[in-house]
Design a protein around this ligand. Structure first.
Ligand SMILES: NC(=O)c1ccc[n+]([C@@H]2O[C@H](COP(=O)([O-])OP(=O)(O)OC[C@H]3O[C@@H](n4cnc5c(N)ncnc54)[C@H](O)[C@@H]3O)[C@@H](O)[C@H]2O)c1
Length: 300
């Protein structure tokens, strides 16, 4: 079994916004990192963004130039899962689709060494169900990073129904080694943070939808009234409205309580492709697309 001290080689699968940040953290902590993505362009973008991010740390005096160059050299991009046979820990950060993740876990189970730990960065999918697709459920665990991983201090660790104590300890120590504070959740929908955050975001959408207040006043209210760094509607735009909707659906289906039922305005924004900052438009406009096509009920 891999222990944190022995986690020397890490495979990161998915080189998008989360996977690239996770690869950066592991490389900066001294691990050899194999970064895999099915899309070669995503790998090129990831390498460029990791290099830029590490160089920014050098410019700010937070990292030595030599350490920056060494970290970059520790990351090797690969294109086949078979190349991950020798890693101690795999962190999966691919698309949030259960069947696609399960298929990958089956493949990983077949090619990684018996002691390897398989972790998922899923925001909402059951770790127990991913684990049950493998023959090593005691070595499957959730490592939920936050966006952007190099900046956000938290990792939520999720134990599946059969995750072993040794694997939990190894992953907790590894998370601390890469500079994170760990919280531990049982494997229930939304884990801890999204279970609490998403109903608040949904309620902000209901307030907007039913005309309680403008989006600006809802966000200013929560910023200044509860000392949040940004309002819930702006935060939803940063997370991605599609991601918020998908987590709410997991909460609604998994917990069976209508209080998690997504607000129709959120559903409509997603249907219209207003996915938030990444698309240039969500609740707010970020200057790349018109927002005039959809208005909340209050202003119709
Ligand atoms: N974005 C967030 O704020 C956030 C926060 C925490 C967790 N997550 C979770 O992290 C995961 C990744 O999210 P993201 O925002 O980085 O997504 P993303 O779309 O930026 O990146 C996903 C990458 O995975 C690649 N990919 C898809 N299927 C693949 C496969 N079968 N094999 C190899 N590569 C594959 C894609 O090409 C893409 O580059 C999701 O499970 C998501 O729920 C996201």
């Amino acid at each position: 079994m891999a222990t944190a001290g022995k986690i020397a080689a890490v495979g990161v699968i998915g080189a998008g916004q989360m996977g690239s940040g996770i690869a950066q953290l592991a490389a900066a902590a001294g691990c050899a990192v194999l970064l895999l993505d099915s899309d070669p362009a995503a790998l090129s973008r990831a390498v460029a963004s990791i290099s830029a991010s590490l160089r920014r740390l050098v410019a700010k005096g937070q990292l030595y130039q030599a350490a920056c160059e060494d970290s970059i050299k520790r990351i090797r991009c690969v294109s086949r899962v078979q190349e991950l046979g020798d890693v101690d820990l795999v962190i999966e950060a691919i698309v949030e689709v259960e069947d696609v993740k399960k298929k990958l876990f089956v493949e990983l189970d077949g090619i990684t060494k018996p002691s390897a730990i398989l972790a998922s960065n899923t925001s909402s999918i059951s770790i127990t169900r991913l684990a049950s697709a493998t023959k090593r459920p005691s070595q499957v665990i959730g490592m939920h990073f936050f966006n952007p991983p190099p900046i956000m201090k938290l990792i939520e660790i999720i134990r599946g129904a059969d995750t072993s104590e040794d694997v939990f300890s190894a992953v907790k120590s590894f998370s601390e080694r890469i500079g994170k504070t760990v919280i531990c959740s049982q494997d229930y929908p939304g884990f801890i943070v999204n279970r609490i955050l998403m109903p608040m975001i949904n309620e902000a959408f209901w307030a907007l939808y039913t005309g309680v207040a403008t989006k600006e006043d809802i966000d200013t209210g929560m910023k200044l009234g509860t000392n949040h760094p940004m309002g819930p509607l702006q935060l939803a735009d940063f997370i991605g409205l599609d991601v918020c909707l998908s987590v709410l659906r997991v909460l609604h289906n998994g917990l069976g309580d209508n209080k998690y039922s997504p607000c129709p305005l959120l559903v409509q924004y997603v249907d219209a492709g207003r996915l938030g900052k990444k698309r240039g438009v969500g609740v707010y406009s970020y200057g790349q697309r018109s927002t005039t096509s959809i208005k909340p009920k209050s202003s119709l």
